[in-house]
Design a protein around this ligand. Structure first.
Ligand SMILES: [Zn+2]
Ligand SMILES: [Zn+2]
Length: 262
């Protein structure tokens, strides 16, 4: 086969490259205009149309309850920097618990849609409430952040770990000079535990006690770790993760959740 005359190929490539660049510039200018028309923003809670950039409609937004000052042990609302009455005589494997919002109202609907409805795109409006917690924890010496892992079977079913999706977005709010980073695979879930919804706190603790394992020991040994879940109910799951990380040599563990059942 005869080779193309010298220069022809390069000329074609240059022309093609210019066309691609022109196309990209055109798309860059037109997409911000077309996007809200083709895919208008919807409320994360009730799916009604909302203004671009608003995560929740007004009615849903007022149902979101920020927890504010909360107990260091269980993240329930209480005086800042104190343990609540129920936590004074309890020993926790984690040094501190954070939570952003009370579980309920439109948050429950949004989390159900996000976790079980396949609406992965709801990560940004939800992560906006998790981001301040990550920044606060980063200011308290956290080295690495781990999402509570899903069992591989459940991950295959859902297609994504909802906590990791939240961390991908919320992690962008961390200060630029922060050395904190998200470890997506440091922990694994070795037992596919059943739904804990109606179990007693004691039974919840037993069910999840041996459900986790550290995959990357070097990544957590000697590190101050923040474990993050979407919902904290009794704290049994986060406590089991914390014990697993401490047993693997983590120097300190704090826990955080987007939502706290109160
Ligand atoms: Zn709404
Ligand atoms: Zn407490």
């Amino acid at each position: 086969m005869r080779a193309p005359p010298s220069g022809v190929g390069g000329c074609m490539h240059a022309t093609f490259g210019r066309s691609i660049r022109k196309g990209c510039v055109f798309l860059d200018s037109i997409l911000p205009i077309l996007w809200p028309i083709l895919w208008p923003a919807h409320c994360a809670g009730c799916n009604t149309l909302v203004e671009e950039g608003a995560g929740f409609c007004r009615a849903c937004d007022v149902s979101l309850v920020p927890l504010g000052p909360s107990c260091l042990g269980c993240a329930m609302p209480t005086e800042a920097g104190r343990l609540c009455g129920g936590c004074r005589n309890r020993a926790f494997p984690f040094a501190r618990a954070f939570a952003a919002l009370a579980y309920g109202g439109a948050l429950t609907q949004a989390l159900l849609r996000f976790k079980h409805g396949g609406h992965r795109y709801l990560a940004p409006p939800l992560a906006a409430y998790l981001a301040p917690i990550l920044c606060e924890a980063a200011g308290q010496g956290v080295d690495v952040i781990c999402p509570v892992p899903l069992h591989p079977r459940r991950l295959r079913q859902r297609g994504y770990n909802q906590v990791l999706e939240l961390l991908r977005v919320a992690g962008r709010a961390l200060p630029r000079n922060s050395r904190v980073h998200v470890l997506r695979d440091a922990l694994s879930r070795t037992i596919d535990t059943p739904a804990l919804g109606h179990q007693s706190p004691a039974l919840r603790g037993q069910i999840v006690a041996k459900a986790f394992a550290v995959v990357d020991h070097r990544a957590v040994a000697g590190k101050h770790v923040l474990v993050v879940d979407d919902v904290m109910t009794t704290g049994a799951t986060l406590a089991a993760c914390a014990r697993t990380l401490l047993a693997a040599g983590a120097s300190k563990v704090m826990v955080a959740a987007l939502a706290r059942a109160i």
